[in-house]
Structure formats: C-alpha cells, structure tokens
Design a protein around this ligand. Sequence first.
Ligand SMILES: Nc1ncnc2c1ncn2[C@@H]1O[C@H](COP(=O)(O)OP(=O)(O)OP(=O)(O)O)[C@@H](O)[C@H]1O
Ligand SMILES: [Mg+2]
Length: 597
Amino acid sequence: MNKLFAEVVFTRFPARILIVLCSLGAAVLGLLGPFFQKEFVDRLTGAEGHLHLWRFESPLVYILLAFLALIAGQSLYQITSYLAVKESLLMQRIFAKRVYDKTLHLQVDTMSGKPVGEIVSLYATDVQGSTVFLDQTLPAGTATFFPLLLAPFAIGMLFDVPLWPTVLTMAFIVVFNTLMALRQSRFFFKFKQLAAERIGLVNEWIQNIRTIRILGWIRHFEKNIFAKRTQETTNRVHMVTNGQVMNSVSSSITFLLNVIALSSLVFWSNHQATSGEILALLWILSGFLTRPFRQMPWFFTFAFDSWTSLKRLEDFFSLKNNQTETTETAVDKAALQRDKKYSVQVHGLNLSVGKRKILKDIDFSIEHGEFVAIVGEVGAGKSMLLLSLLRETGASFDTYRLGDKDALEAPIDEVREHFSYVPQEGFIMNASLRENVAFIYDIEADRDPLVEESLKLAQFDLSAEKVESGLNTEIGERGVNLSGGQRQRVGLARVHYQRSSILLLDDCLSAVDVDTEQKLFETLLLGAWKEHTRILVTHRLSALHRVDRILFMEDGKILDDGSFEELLARNPKFREYTTSVAQEATERKDKVGYVES
Ligand SMILES: Nc1ncnc2c1ncn2[C@@H]1O[C@H](COP(=O)(O)OP(=O)(O)OP(=O)(O)O)[C@@H](O)[C@H]1O
Ligand SMILES: [Mg+2]
C-alpha cells in the first residue's frame, strides 16, 4: 500500500473515525424519517403496517419525530463535510511542508532532470490533490456507502419485501458507475498532466520573454502554447461529457429502482401494503437515495484522482541524493571559526550523474591565504567543482579537509559557514539594495557603513549607478532590473560583507569591463581580501597573471597545476587554451568596434 495513503488514513485517526460515525448517524436518521412518516400516515388512515417501533396514540408525535430525524440527519451530514475539510487542510499543511523541505534538501545534480514546472505543479496541484481523499472521497464514500448498505435492509425490514431484486439492481448500478469513473479518472489524470506541462511552458516563456521577442520566436512559442490549450480543451470536453453521462445515469436510475422496489412490495410482500408504507418507500427511493447515487461515480473518480497525486508525491519524496546523508551530531562548533584562514585539501573527488562522469579523481590542495584560479573550456566541470566543495552535489571524496577539520564529518551547514560564494549566474532577490548586500531582511541601520563600504570596494558607486533611493532602492524583478555587470558587483559586495574564510568566485568578472576588473583586483581580490583563501573560476586571461596558482581543467580532470608562466612553458594544451581564449576576446572586440563605428 502507498505509504502516504496510510498516513492520510492514520494521522489523527480518531478524527477520521468521528467523520465515519457522523456519516453513519446521518444515514440512520435519514431512514428513520420515512419510517416515522409511515407510522403517521398509517395512524391517520387506521391501517395496520408490518412493523412498529414505538406506540404513540397521537399521530402528531410521529410527524414531529419524522421532522426531527430529518433535521438531525442533515446537520450530521453538514458536520461530516466540515470535519472532512478541516482534516484535509491540516494534512495539506503537513505535505506542503514536506515538499518544501525535500526541495530544499535535494542537491543540484539530483534536481537535474526535474523541470521547475513539474515541481511547481507538485506544490500547486498534487499537495491539494492528495488530500482529496479526506475532503471528498471519505465523506462522499461514507455518504454513499452507508445509505446504499442500509436502505435495502430497511426496505426489507419495514415492508417485509424480499431483498434480492433491490440489491441486484443496486449492484448493477455500482458496477456501471465504477466503469464510468475509471474512464473519468483517465481524463482527470490527463487534465493534471497537461496543466503541469502548460505551467512549465508558460514558465519558460515568461522567464525568457525578452529574448524570445528579440529573436522573433514569439509565433513559435504561441503555437506551442495554443496547441497545448487545444489538447486541454478536447480533454476537458471528454471529461465534462463523461461526467454528464454519469450524472444522468445516476439520476434516472432511481426511477428503475422505484419500479423494482414497488413491484416487489406489491407482488412479493406477505401482507397488504398500506398507503403509509408506499409513501415511505417512495421517500427512501426517490429522496434519501438520490444523493448517494449521484455521489457514487464522483466518489470513485476522486479516489482514483487522489491516488495519482499521492503516487506523484511519493515518487518525489523517495528521490535520494547520491551522497550519503551526514548526521547532525558530534560537531566541535567552536573549532570552526569564521575569519580564520583555512587551507583546502581534496583527494579523490569523483562525481557522476547517471552514467556520466562529471568530475574524475580530482586532487589538489590550496594553502591558507592563497589565490588560485580554476580555468578550462566550457563544460570542463569548474562550477560543479565549486558546488562539490560546498557539498551541494553528490560528489564522493577520499579526503576533504578544511584547515585541520574533516569536512566530511561536519554537518553541511557548518562546512558552508567557511565559504562565501558568488554563483556564476549572479543572484539578486526582490528586496532593497541594502538587503541584497547584507542578505538579511529588516537589517538594522547601524550596519549601513559596512554595506556602503562593501558596495564602494565592489566598484558599485551609488551616485553613478542610477539607483535613485540609495540603499533603499528596490532591486530585482519587482524593482530596478540591474545589468549583468551591476549584478556581479552586488554579488562581490555581498561577499565582502560576509567575508567568510574561503571565497568561491564563479566567473564573477565576466560582465565587468577591463578598467573595473583592474580596480576590483586592487580593492578586493588583491586588496581587502588578500588574507583570505580565494578560488576564482575565470575565462579572463588578464586575471591569470595576478593569481598565485592556476588549476587547469579539462573534461572533469585537473590536467595541470602551477603558475601562469609555468603552465605556458610546459603545457601545450594550456597554450592552446590561452590562444583560443585570446582569439575569442579579439573577435568580440572587433565585433563591438564594428557595431560602434
Ligand atoms: N545540475 C547538473 N546536473 C547534472 N549535470 C550537470 C549539472 N550542471 C552541469 N552539469 C554537467 O557537468 C559538466 C560540467 O559542468 P560545469 O557547469 O561544471 O562546467 P563549467 O566548467 O563550469 O563550464 P562554464 O565555463 O560554461 O561555466 C557539464 O558537462 C554539464 O553538462
Ligand atoms: Mg561554470
């Protein structure tokens, strides 16, 4: 059995039982109503019916009892629905939190192959869908099951009618409705799948809308989205038609049942049917059983639908990171201090994603305070190497030490305390400039001098950058959209503000001009940060003269390790690499020159 399904059933189990009991009560009271009505009519007409429960002389008592039973039954039915919705919301909160935790916990290489749209739809539809069991299936199920189970027996007992014709008819309806619901669940499943695909497509479109417009791809994209819409519409038409058929069958089936049960009463009962009995029987078949029959197909549909959501959630929860999880125990926190210089030692670092080897037998060590560049062709594995140092991938290590500490023993959060990191794509939140540098919401004003100093050193001049409200300027998608170079400099200011012991800088100079790069080296990389251990991924040749050492990567391996001059002198592949980078740079300059002239 699906583990999550068990959880839906057994979390707060007493509350589930209460829902079932309320529903049972509603069904019993729903049958007592017609019974009291029968007694009322028989007392008025003086007829002698088949069964009496209590004897009251006044007919009025019976009609009052019928009324009370009706009101109480309806109330219990409403309470059942209320409890079911409440329980469902509680369960949704539990699942939503778990999806959130899981997403947060997954490493970057485990996440690849899970499109963003798919995870969004887990949040948006499946968390809610998985609890449909509680707010729809369970109340619909009990409100269908109990009346359908009790009604034939009540009919048999009250009117002394043989059971088999009624039960047979009902069994036939149940089978028919199950088949229709199975069909409906397929449409529902497709409905969700198409919606998830459309969310993914629209997501991509919105994120890249500017580029798509410039490249003239709008029509191509529109065609894709409209095609998806057409598919969705067709599916929806099938779904609605099938639903209508289910509804009409369920409604008209009461007529058939009426005929069967009334004929049984007239032909096979051992006594003369009274008018009270006939009226009560009509009430049961045409009133009391209408809702269960209408709900039955939907009960099955919701059950199937909910099951698919549970399966999708369970698949997502069972995703495992490649790396064995480290436990959050036995750590010497005091020993891992910030602002201390830390060396980095790595032996036997390997990373595979699926069958592909991304990083192969990486060995290196970096002294504390050293400034090291990592260079290599596009896709050589530079970014994945930095992410592996942050333990954000499933890489395995023979040894990984930070200073004299074993970084494989320490919990991940503590390993990350050692690093300040600038991701390659830059990262800006929808928040003020101040918050983006300090990376804290509602930061106190007395930290402003440090924020300002960080921006100044990162060559982000508040007056020159056209950020009108200074540190309060809202940046990111909701505010000013910063240029690539501005984003990179905000990223560098953030590093300066945090300044952990080891700085990981992934291609953080790619969008700044040569002058600014020169200044950044003076103020930060060789200035304020000169005591820190620095690891800079770069494609800029101009940076390579300035670092202490270069790790040259190719195809997931470190090919060579030495100073710029050493590598130039001894490594033909490195010479080849620098020539091609220089050539690209000249071509770019030529192109810019051509455009400008
Ligand atoms: N999240 C990921 N999951 C799986 N494989 C990935 C992931 N990110 C990158 N890769 C693969 O790992 C290899 C190394 O990628 P990486 O991003 O480290 O290259 P890089 O050296 O940083 O390139 P660039 O100079 O373009 O930044 C590539 O072949 C890439 O396809
Ligand atoms: Mg990269």
